[in-house]
Design a protein. Structure first.
Length: 345
């Protein structure tokens, strides 16, 4: 009895420490996210004091401030928040579910589907921004359907799905390159700006679909967080624990893909946010609790921080995707080297 009591006390103490760490890390990430949001609203060609920004947010008309904050900076900040959260959470879902840090939407072809559809509309159809956004969503969903149909067999295979996704990604990248080659000169800058991932030109009326989807799908993913962790144990282990693996996987995939597709439609394929958020969150919060919310907050921090760096850290202004690409490429190389040493490649 004494040994059992000591063991139980040790387990409870360890769980309390992990819970405390999770709460502290999540709170700290939330504070950083809020600080970046405030900075996005205050900082620009003209720096506005916090009290003027608050007055505008409360609906007051402040001369010289209302247009800059309400029309330009606020939509830009909201786009960064919801797109960053969507990429962070959805990327973590894929990496956890497929048990592979390389299995993120950028690598397995989902964002490439959205990008190819958007570039086709820009280069060939000369379509409006609304049509480009709708096509981007449809392209992302179509890419997912094709990937899963081609990777189907008698049983679900992580390796097969990733390989098919990489193949689809390569094919769609080739399609994008061809479209850029045949495009007219005045369309190419628009397509390239979209492909690089940017918060420039964000407008509230185009952000509502992204906001609604994130507010619907993110809670669904959180509800299935425990089942997601069990899927990481493998098909047989998850089934033995009473998880309906096919149903759970379908719900998680649909929710994640919808968020990725809408985020990509709103901001373009911001590089490496979905790839980096999950591993950073797991490193910070440790084991024992779902990293989904911290990963979403890290996605927000990466997008808003990279946008501020791209706007103000250099003499020229760079889209947010260029900065996140610079940050993410070294980590990808490090991850590939580490996986190779472990024999996972």
């Amino acid at each position: 009895m004494m040994n059992e009591s000591i063991t139980l006390h040790t387990i409870m103490t360890g769980r309390m420490k992990r819970r405390r760490r999770f709460i502290l890390v999540t709170s700290f990430l939330a504070i950083i996210s809020l600080a970046l949001c405030c900075t996005m609203l205050m900082l620009g060609n003209t720096i506005y004091p916090a009290q003027d920004v608050i007055r505008v947010l409360l609906g007051e008309d402040v001369k010289g401030v209302s247009f800059a904050v309400g029309t330009i900076r606020l939509p830009r900040m909201i786009a960064g928040v919801f797109a960053g959260f969507a990429f962070g959470v959805a990327g973590t879902v894929f990496q956890t579910m497929l048990r592979n840090p390389l299995a993120n939407p950028n690598v397995i072809g989902i964002t490439a589907g959205s990008s190819a559809a958007a570039v086709f509309c820009i280069i060939v159809l000369h379509a409006s921004n609304m049509v480009v956004s709708i096509a981007s969503v449809i392209g992302g969903l179509a890419a997912v359907v094709i990937i899963f149909l081609l990777s189907r067999s008698t049983s679900f295979s992580i390796g097969r799905l990733i390989l098919v996704g990489i193949g689809i990604q390569a094919m769609l990248d080739a399609v994008i390159s061809y479209l850029l080659l045949i495009g007219q000169h005045h369309d190419i800058p628009t397509a390239m700006r979209w492909l690089s991932g940017s918060l420039n030109g964000a407008k509230m009326e185009t952000l509502y679909p992204l906001i609604i989807i994130v507010l619907i799908c993110a809670p669904i993913i959180m509800i299935y967080g425990k089942q997601l962790e069990m899927l990481e144990l493998g098909e047989q282990a998850a089934t033995s624990l009473g998880i309906h693996t096919d149903k759970t996987r379908l719900i998680l995939i649909i929710s994640s893909v919808l968020m990725i597709a809408l985020a990509t439609a709103a901001t373009g394929p911001i590089a490496f946010v979905a790839f980096l958020s999950g591993p950073i969150a797991i490193r910070l919060v440790g084991v024992g609790f779902s990293p989904l919310i911290p990963a979403g907050l890290i996605g927000i921090i990466l997008v808003l921080g990279a946008d501020l760096i791209g706007q103000f850290a250099f003499t020229a202004r760079y889209p947010v995707g260029v900065i996140t690409g610079i940050l993410g490429a070294p980590y990808l190389i490090y991850l590939l080297i580490r996986m190779n040493r472990k024999g996972n490649l």
